[in-house]
Ligand binder design. Structure first.
Ligand SMILES: *Cc1c(COP(=O)(O)O)cnc(C)c1O
Length: 356
């Protein structure tokens, strides 16, 4: 009997399977979340919106776009917001890709890329990371064909941590044809300290085909409220807005995002504290003998290969993110839980390196 059948583009897309619940929020080092409470003023402003839940949100997202325009010194039509920058990426790829087109991205990179890309029916070209877990932008440029419409660049790269340098990105942008969109995913940009790192905004100022993705989920600590945005030339921003479901971002989330932007000084203090913890964690792990790639984000990568899943089990009660056969990503959490994780990692090393 005939039954309704979804598009074949969905066949390769996995169903989301939740991982094991963490012992406590503080023990969850598996999702690159911010361990801090909301920034000052956020609870009050969001709370006021909660009492208006009978009303639809501002579909024009006026206050949010105005606040972003202010922050970046660009007119409001350069922004397109959605329910997290993952959703913005889905809208962007829906707007720009169709079957027969190609999209290029590095692998391993962000888990949402294959889902967003495959859903469009376009063909994916994955370019392996280099041995030091960095993007190989020369190989990515070489992978561009006359069918390529989009190149994704994740910097810092989730889950491995390194950034793309400014000179690598500008070479890529001078190499690819101007009709190819180059998406610079900067979900972790606030944590970057490397002066050689690429800047999506600088790239956008120099090239019309750049889209920068930013989020309130990581440094700003609003992961649960789902707000992210693209910064792009107004025509690209318009195509993203058209492909986004109306009323997606609630007024509560918009208000929290605007209030967070106003708490800039406290944000910077917190980000700096997380960066200090990251630097200490990397140093301690390397001291233990781990081969940790450079990281400019709020997480570290352990290239455990076949031991990834076993290591994650050994980290109990700390919850980390294993990628079977490849490695484990560990978010920077509170100092207490980071110390607990370092002790677990030392124990693992003691029982696994004595054979060498
Ligand atoms: C976390 C993350 C995002 C943003 O996620 P949202 O919560 O949807 O804003 C985007 N890109 C990368 C690489 C990420 O790690």
């Amino acid at each position: 009997m005939d039954t309704p059948r979804a598009r074949s583009a969905l066949d390769g897309i996995p169903v989301y399977r939740p991982g094991k619940a963490a012992t406590s929020d503080d023990h969850k080092l598996s999702s690159n979340e911010n361990p801090y409470a909301p920034l000052p003023g956020v609870m009050e402003r969001a709370g006021a919106e909660l009492a208006r839940m009978n009303r639809y949100p501002d579909a024009g997202m006026t206050a949010l776009y105005d606040a972003l325009a202010d922050r970046f010194g660009l007119s409001a039509d350069h922004f397109a917001a959605g329910t997290g920058s993952v959703a913005v990426l889905f809208s962007l790829l829906t707007a720009h890709l169709e079957p027969g087109d190609e999209i290029v991205y590095a692998w391993r990179s962000f888990e949402a890329y294959p889902i967003a890309a495959d859903l469009t029916g376009a063909t994916t070209v994955r370019v392996p990371l280099r041995a030091d877990a960095t993007h190989d932008l020369d190989a990515m440029a070489a992978a561009v064909t006359e069918r390529t419409k989009v190149v994704l660049v994740c910097t810092p790269n989730n889950p491995t941590g390194p950034v793309v340098t400014a000179s690598e990105l500008s070479t890529l942008l001078r190499t690819v044809p101007p009709h190819v969109l180059v998406v610079v995913d900067e979900a972790y940009v606030e944590f970057v300290r490397d002066p050689a790192a690429a800047s999506g905004l600088d790239a956008l100022a120099a090239h019309d085909n750049v889209v920068v993705l930013r989020t309130f989920s990581k440094a700003y600590g609003l992961a649960g409220l789902r707000v992210g945005y693209a910064i792009a030339r107004p025509d690209v921003a318009t195509s993203i807005r058209k492909a986004t479901p109306p009323f997606a971002v609630t007024d509560l989330s918009q208000a929290a995002a605007v209030a967070s932007l106003e708490s800039h000084a406290v944000l910077e203090e917190r980000v700096e504290a997380i960066v200090q913890e990251r630097v200490a964690m990397v140093a301690a792990l390397r001291e233990q003998g781990w081969d940790v790639p450079d990281t400019e984000a709020n997480f570290v990568w352990l290239p455990l290969g076949a031991d990834a899943l076993d290591f994650a089990v050994a980290c109990d009660p700390v919850s980390v993110r294993p990628f079977a056969g490849d490695g484990v990503r560990i978010s920077v959490g509170t100092p207490e839980v980071n110390a607990q994780l370092l002790a677990l990692a030392a124990t693992w090393q003691a029982s696994h390196t004595s054979w060498a």
